[in-house]
Design a protein around this ligand. Sequence first.
Ligand code: PHE
Length: 337
Amino acid sequence: MLEIIEEHLKAISLVKIKTKEESESFRISYLGKKGILQALFSEFKTVKPEDKKATGAALNTLKKAAENALLIDISDTKINKNHNQEDYTRPGYSNLPGAQHPISLVRNEIVKIFERMGFVTTEGPEIEDDWHNFSALNFPLEHPARDMQDTFFLSKDPDWALRTHTSSVQVRTMEEQTPPIRIIAPGRVFRNEAISSRSHCVFHQVEGLYIDKGVSFADLKQTLLAFSKSFFGEKTEIRLRPSYFPFTEPSAEMDIWWGLENEVDHRMTKGTGWLEIMGCGMVDPAVLESCGIDSKEFTGFAFGMGIERIAMQRFQIPDIRAFYENDLRFLANFKGA
Ligand code: PHE
């Protein structure tokens, strides 16, 4: 058997394969299922034990030689595939652009409009004490007005809670600054409320505060009208409804016209067509005094609006929960907005 192997080795060393076809027929005759090597390996079983070692080695050499004689088609080897990836003439991969969250888009736009009117952006902490969130804002202890905003309480002593509104930033600002004061304070607020398509336990507000000599309700109304026209468009209609807040007197609720055409409109506006955008009013003299501002010398107005409501109106989003689910199919809609 060794001689036969030797002969094949010699034959292979003389073979010169030039084409794919030659390579394939050579492969079939030597390495195929019914090829020479297969036959030799079957015959190997009959080789005498003392010859097995030498014959086995020779067989392996023959197999290697047959494999090496094949034409290597470089077009589908690994090396060639890697090489292709390093082809610097290929078009590059583009980066996937992200999108700003609709809440950020709307907040930035609101803030920009008020900055143009001379308001300065301010921020306050999300964890507040009772004084800044309630007492200084004229919510008497044990007064039912505190129930207007279901609170997430954190501790009794010190009396910390998650702020229920950005009005706490009014207090911090009045304590630190002297009039004239003109601030806008965007931020996140928290209320222990049932989650539905219209309300959530975490949401965002933008607070405004203007204090100077002789500030009137007419100034408040004109400021809000100017904002609404700038934000929602020249034709925007607003209405002010009398309301109640402990820290403003008189108080009002400002609505904008949303429309009342379909089921979503009915749900969004509780069947009125008007969408409640913000609370507002003249700063109660008791609040000015609590914060060390002379209420005989100064008057002021304040307002606080919910960013989600406005974003829902702007982007026609029928369910507030969409803002917090981080569903990429939703967020991708705001690319380039
Ligand atoms: N803080 C009030 C709220 O959260 C809104 C408001 C702000 C009302 C300022 C009047 C003045 O509902």
